[in-house]
Every structure is written in C-alpha cells, then in structure tokens.
Design a protein around this ligand. Structure first.
Ligand SMILES: NC(=[NH2+])NCCC[C@H](N)C(=O)O
Length: 265
C-alpha cells in the first residue's frame, strides 16, 4: 500500500483565502487509510520572508524539513499549496527522475518576476534549480526531464521558460498514451507526478483558489497516469491545491480527488 504524507501548507499560495488549503488537505486526509497516513504538524502562522523576495519563506523551510524527515520511496504527498513538491523532490534521489507537472499554471516565475511573491508560482522554476537559492533544488532537474500538462494560465514572464519544456495540452490527453510517450522520451527511469487539482476542469472540481476554465477531465487525467505507470515506474506523486469553500463543498469534490489518488497510489 502507498504511504500518504499530508502537508497542510498554505504559506506558498498567492490566494487571499489561502488557508482554505489547510481545510482541503484535512478533508483529503480524512478519506485516506489511517494506518498509511501521516499528517505533518505544519505551523499555521505566516512566517517571515527572511529578507528574500519569497513571502513566508521561514514557514516553507520548516515544512520542507518536516517532509524530508518523513518521506519514503513511493510516498503520495498531499498538499497544501503546490510548492510542497519542491520539498519532496529535494529529499529523494533525483538521478534518473522525470517530473510531470499537471497544473493550470506553469509556476515558472523567479522571485524577481513573480507578481505575488508566493512560492507556489515559482515552484517548477525551483525544481529546475533556479530562483531563490534557499528553496531551489540543488542540483535541479534538467529541463529535458520535465513534462507540463494542462498549463493554460501563463504569465508573460513565464512564456520563455515554458517554451523550453515538453508540454501536453488538455486536448493532448485525448490520446491516453501521450503522457507515457512524452515521459518515455525523456529517457528517465522513474517519474514523479505532481498534480495541482486546478489542472482539472472547474465542472469536475470546484474547490480551487482560482478556477481556470477548459481544464482536464478526471477520467482522462487518471487514464493517462495509469498508462504512464505501466511504462515508467512512479517515484512518488503530489496532489495539491484543493481549497474547498466549505465542508459541504469538499464532499462534492472528494470523488474526483479520490480518483486521482487511486491513479497515483
Ligand atoms: N500552482 C498555482 N496555483 N500557481 C499560482 C500562480 C499564480 C501566479 N502566476 C503567481 O505567481 O502568483
């Protein structure tokens, strides 16, 4: 059975109601097998930028250290905001690893270009080993080992770095093998699948900080991930970005979330 690590981190999010991410992580945790689930004791306070351009950096460092202590091979990490993936990747063997970034946003800002100072908008850039050195991977994952899926809200400054990465659109998922082929083409021996649930269409899942229309269907994304796993072994996965407006809204969305959990676990 997979191990689940729940990190109710909100401090990397740009959203005005970022703390809903804590509720989202808690709601998912409630539906996971208790014996296989560890919930990290993430501080609720904002934390301090420590003189950098990354807001709440001190809290992000704290959570990173907690994740490093608990992560094991094949962990499914539940966010929180989507920057928790950077911490997970820092703590595992990255030799031979590809990263699939399923997210409505490419998260390719540096602290200098970020419109928000929120680390989640810089997370994939940090995976590449760039941006704030306190948080960026060292060494980073090479560009040719990254595949983005469903990125459709792209800031001007992100266009350049995104152009250098392999990209699958929402429509590309109509071919169930497209993701597996894109990852196989990187030559990697293992893959980490990052899912910010805003990659899904808002009709499938409403509980996100900023809904992005024309997203993926839960079934197409799940099928693509299953086909990928048949081809390249999974090193682990993240499901992040769930921010339900209320407990009732969370219940409406949990079906879609659990289908994604089933695809990666
Ligand atoms: N994965 C996400 N939800 N990212 C949000 C990023 C939003 C925006 N690009 C920013 O940097 O502030």
């Amino acid at each position: 059975m997979a191990r689940f690590l729940v990190a109710p981190q909100w401090q990397g999010s740009p959203a005005p109601r970022a703390m809903l991410l804590v509720d989202g992580a808690t709601a998912i945790a409630g539906d996971l097998p208790r014996k296989a689930t560890t919930v990290l004791d993430v501080p609720l306070e904002a934390g301090d930028s420590l003189g950098t351009r990354v807001h709440r950096l001190s809290s992000l460092q704290r959570v990173r250290d907690l994740i490093a202590q608990e992560i094991t091979a094949g962990t499914v990490l539940i966010g929180g905001d989507c920057s928790v993936t950077v911490a997970a990747l820092e703590a595992i063997d990255r030799e031979d690893l590809a990263v699939v970034w399923c997210d409505a946003h490419p998260d390719l800002h540096t602290p200098e270009t970020s419109p928000s100072g929120a680390f989640s908008g810089m997370a994939l850039r940090a995976v590449l080993g760039e941006g704030e050195s306190e948080l960026a991977l060292s060494p980073g994952i090479p560009r040719d080992r990254i595949v983005t899926v469903g990125a459709r809200i792209v800031d001007d400054e992100e266009e350049g770095p995104l152009a250098g990465l392999a990209q699958l659109s929402v429509d590309d998922l109509d071919d169930v093998d497209a993701l597996a082929e894109a990852v196989a083409a990187t030559g990697a021996g293992r893959v980490w699948v990052h899912i910010d649930v805003d990659v899904l269409d808002p009709a499938e899942l409403a509980g996100v900080s900023s809904a992005a229309p024309f997203g993926a269907s839960t079934s197409a994304l799940s099928a693509a991930i299953r086909a990928l796993r048949a081809r390249v072994p999974l090193a682990g996965a993240t499901i992040a970005g769930f921010a339900p407006r209320s407990a009732d809204h969370a219940v409406d969305d949990l079906g879609a979330i659990l289908r994604l959990v089933g695809a990666v676990a």
